[in-house]
Design a protein around this ligand. Structure first.
Ligand SMILES: Cc1cc2nc3c(=O)[nH]c(=O)nc-3n(C[C@H](O)[C@H](O)[C@H](O)COP(=O)(O)OP(=O)(O)OC[C@H]3O[C@@H](n4cnc5c(N)ncnc54)[C@H](O)[C@@H]3O)c2cc1C
Length: 386
């Protein structure tokens, strides 16, 4: 077991791997990633739907996507491995004037942030993209062709592999159990395989982030929330080139997956907690919403045994919490992605590496994402959360 490192990253999911990549990319080689599982990807990363989009409602989320999507599109060039990025777009389907107003406001915010990739659509254009949508109540929508999806597992592996090639180390099956501090701040972590001396620790522990923060005496407002996904049997009636299609009325969304579809919906009755069992009653709930929007989905075949659940890492304002913790010098956060941790993993890695190595980043206004925003009442509100 390694005895010291310049930076210790707790958690080897997509976020920890991206931070290791971006640190080594900037010449910081003495980086140690500690992952308690025997394999990477057993946390939220391996459960994700892999959606990536720039259609957000706040400047900071849009800016993170503007770095991340081109990065994922050029992933193979940058890391030597595929991301399986499919630019099939995200289609937001509006059925009320209020939805349209919301999409217009988001687009205005996106233009202010330098992003003009999303277009507002009338009902006919929406139907051209997904002809199977119910049309009688359609008001319009918005579409961005460079949104789409990636394979989260491949992205995590690509980041990690390139970081390791550049000198980072990854220890699997090692749990961080304590974060030690002296008067200057962090000075070591205790693990199930002994102590590692370091002046910089990054919390990349996904849904378990609050537990890791507690080890440094930090109260982190990140809560796990179960999310369930339902893959279907082959369904040739909907094109495999269809975009991620979001029914704004219910939040139901789907994308092509293999020869079938992958269905998602956020159940408002879900309560925070670490439960990750798949509840077969969910299948009926989601299919009801699916058929409401796309009547031909009535003939979908679903095997409930193929459904799965994972954990979102939710914050009170649905934005990630990134950067240093003033009360614990040397302790950095990369947490609380509220459903966007895969798509924002490239930007997160860059921002956190910049803050560790230079104390500043030009990618976003990092202060907006700092943990102090909660005590200072500077909440951000992302309403485009799926
Ligand atoms: C069903 C579902 C669908 C999703 N869909 C999308 C989507 O479409 N697009 C999107 O962008 N995001 C999506 N997400 C969210 C996304 O998956 C997460 O935000 C992202 O994977 C977080 O990555 P991470 O590396 O921070 O966390 P994780 O992948 O959970 O990694 C954290 C790691 O830390 C390790 N760890 C924890 N504590 C310790 C410790 N004490 N010592 C050592 N190791 C420790 C864990 O074992 C774990 O491997 C989805 C999530 C779910 C559950």
């Amino acid at each position: 077991m390694t005895k010291s490192a310049d930076v210790v990253i707790v958690g080897g999911g997509i976020v920890g791997s991206s931070i290791a990549y971006h640190l080594t990319d900037q010449g910081c080689r003495n980086v140690l990633v500690l992952e308690r599982e025997a394999q990477q990807g057993r946390g939220s990363t391996g459960k994700s739907m892999g959606g990536v989009r720039a259609q957000f409602s706040t400047a900071v989320n849009i800016q993170m996507s503007l770095y991340s999507i081109p990065f994922l599109a050029n992933f193979e060039e940058l890391t030597g491995r595929p991301s399986a990025y499919k630019a099939q777009g995200y289609l937001f389907v509006a059925t009320t004037e209020r939805h349209l107003e919301y999409l217009r406001a988001n687009r205005a915010r996106q233009l202010e942030s330098g992003f003009n990739g999303a277009e507002l659509l009338g009902p006919e254009d929406v139907l051209r993209i997904v002809p199977q949508l119910r049309s009688d109540d359609l008001a319009g929508g918005s579409f961005c062709a460079t949104d789409g999806f990636v394979d989260p597992y491949s992205v995590m592996n690509g980041f990690a592999a390139r970081a390791l090639e550049r000198g980072a180390r990854l220890e699997k099956g090692v749990e961080v159990t304590a974060i030690l501090q002296d008067q200057s701040g962090v000075n070591a972590v205790e693990t199930t395989r002994g102590r590692v001396e370091t002046r910089t620790v990054v919390n990349a522990a996904g849904p378990w982030a609050a537990e890791v923060a507690r080890m440094a005496g930090v109260k982190l407002p990140v809560e796990p929330l179960r999310r369930m996904l339902v893959p279907t049997e082959p369904f040739p009636q909907i094109s495999h080139q269809a975009p991620m299609t979001v029914d704004m009325a219910t939040g139901f969304h789907f994308r092509p997956e293999g020869l079938g579809l992958l269905l998602a919906w956020s159940d408002p009755d879900e309560k925070p907690g670490f439960r990750t069992s798949f509840d077969s009653a969910f299948v009926e709930k989601i299919l009801m919403r699916a058929v409401q929007r796309i009547p031909c989905l009535e003939s979908l075949q679903v095997n409930p045994a193929r459904g799965w659940a994972g954990l979102y890492e939710m914050t009170p304002d649905h934005h990630s919490i990134l950067g240093p913790v003033p009360q614990a010098p040397g302790f950095f956060l990369a947490n609380g992605f509220s459903g966007h941790g895969v798509m924002h993993s490239p930007a997160t890695g860059k921002i956190v590496a910049d803050l560790i190595l230079h104390g500043t980043t030009s990618l976003v206004d990092a202060r907006a994402l700092g943990i102090e925003r909660f005590s200072e009442g500077r909440f951000l509100e992302e309403t485009a959360v799926l």
